[in-house]
Design a protein. Structure first.
Length: 148
């Protein structure tokens, strides 16, 4: 039996993470969801440190742009600067996508940006429309994690 692909979600709001968990359960998307409230915990997970030594490399990351301390753009810069994580697809969730910094280098092939859904149905639709990244049909996904 093959293991389900892993989906990593990072958002500081407990209420939004709860909403995403409910939407994920109702979406029919087949994946293992890991949701964290800050970048520090997500980095521990990605680097398989502490309680996450057996964590699998996620196939998709849902990333809130408005994280505290290190915002979504800073977190994304960390990912893209590390060859182990550079090709993981990232979906940036923005409360106001028209207000993002247009001076940034632009989105990579393995990134997308969308308005952060505020309803369960909106999240269900979002998850279903991006499940191709979880299933590995994206050309940006390597067949296996890059060596460290």
């Amino acid at each position: 039996m093959s293991r389900l692909p892993d989906l990593l979600h990072i958002d500081e709001s407990d209420a939004y993470r709860d909403l995403l968990v409910r939407a994920f359960s109702a979406s029919g998307v087949r994946a293992a969801l890991h949701s964290f409230g800050d970048a520090a915990q997500a980095l521990l997970f990605l680097n398989q440190l502490g309680p996450y030594v057996r964590a699998a490399r996620p196939r998709l990351i849902l990333l809130d742009v408005g994280l505290p301390r290190i915002d979504g753009h800073g977190f994304l810069d960390l990912l893209r600067g590390n060859p182990r994580f550079a090709t993981i697809p990232v979906l940036l969730l923005d409360d106001a996508p028209d207000q993002h910094d247009s001076s940034r280098s632009g989105l990579h092939q393995s990134e997308d940006r969308c308005l952060k859904p505020t309803t369960q149905q909106g999240l269900i639709d979002l998850l279903r429309s991006h499940d191709h990244w979880l299933m590995g049909s994206s050309v940006s996904l390597p067949a296996s994690p890059l060596p460290s």
